[in-house]
Ligand binder design. Structure first.
Ligand SMILES: [Zn+2]
Length: 266
């Protein structure tokens, strides 16, 4: 937003700024309404823009500047154009991008899973991980091969069992190493009357199968702690060359679950 600038001087200054060579350049020519009478502007002998083109461009600039209120004795400040009060809001930004995005609509079950996910007060990096998990956007080795980051073959094998291709469904749901983790967690939560082990692995698609809201909250936090711990331990295997430890993974799941469940009602 322009503040204390005089409108006339402002237009003149805008023109000076707009012209790539300024008034001191030898190729400078006055703006003409008729393109036939206007000389082209040049720098180092190259024709850059005709008088009519410059007039059109300048008019566009002045039109844009004309929409900005110019006030005397007022400090310049930034103003967010998408809200009436000029103050930035995430919602206005979200609405703007949503209006310009296109693509296939999400299926209703996935939308419900994502809405449910956002209720939880876990660290934002864990929440982001859960969001990418539901969208199948975790950088497992099959995805990295698809993007050309890794070479297909040995590079795409599961980092834990080294037997099957590392996909999201393999690493988190069917790998023999992590299946032991899921079984132990499932047993500790005593869920067998409500969910199958497969239901638990896809918990955010099956949360309504647990009628008690408090139990549902506990299971959701434990599920997030489980996928988060499996992923961090898998990364430690790759990047720190640490062996995968069932006991350490379970300890981390229990610790994070306790922390996040404790903070849920605060
Ligand atoms: Zn595996």
């Amino acid at each position: 937003m322009a503040g204390s600038t005089d409108p006339a001087a402002f237009s003149s200054a805008a023109f000076e700024a707009f012209h790539p060579f300024g008034r001191q350049h030898s190729g400078y020519a006055p703006i003409a309404d008729d393109s036939a009478t206007a000389r082209p502007y040049s720098g180092n002998g190259a024709v850059l823009v005709s008088g009519q083109q410059l007039t059109d461009m300048l008019q566009k600039l002045l039109d844009a500047l004309g929409r900005v209120p110019v006030r005397e004795n007022c400090e310049d400040s930034f103003s967010w154009a998408l809200t009436t009060n000029g103050v930035f809001s995430v919602k206005s930004c979200y609405d703007f991008f949503m209006a310009s995005l296109s693509g296939p609509p999400l299926d209703s079950k996935k939308i419900l899973a994502l809405i449910y996910l956002w209720k939880y007060k876990v660290p934002s990096k864990t929440l982001d991980f859960g969001w990418r998990f539901i969208h199948n956007r975790i950088a497992t080795r099959d995805q990295l091969v698809r993007m050309g980051v890794l070479v297909e073959g040995m590079d795409s094998l599961c980092s834990l069992c080294m037997e099957k291709e590392e996909s999201l469904s393999h690493l988190f749901l069917s790998c023999e190493i992590t299946t032991r983790i899921w079984r132990r967690v499932f047993m500790c939560l005593d869920l067998s009357d409500l969910l199958t082990l497969e239901d638990f692995g896809d918990f955010f698609y099956n949360y309504e199968k647990i009628p008690c809201l408090n139990k549902r909250m506990i299971v959701a936090n434990v599920w997030l702690a489980t996928v988060w711990s499996i992923w961090s331990k898998r990364n430690a295997v790759i990047f720190k060359e640490e062996p995968f430890s069932f006991t350490e993974c379970m300890s981390e799941i229990i610790f994070n679950s306790w922390r996040w469940i404790s903070s849920f009602h605060n």
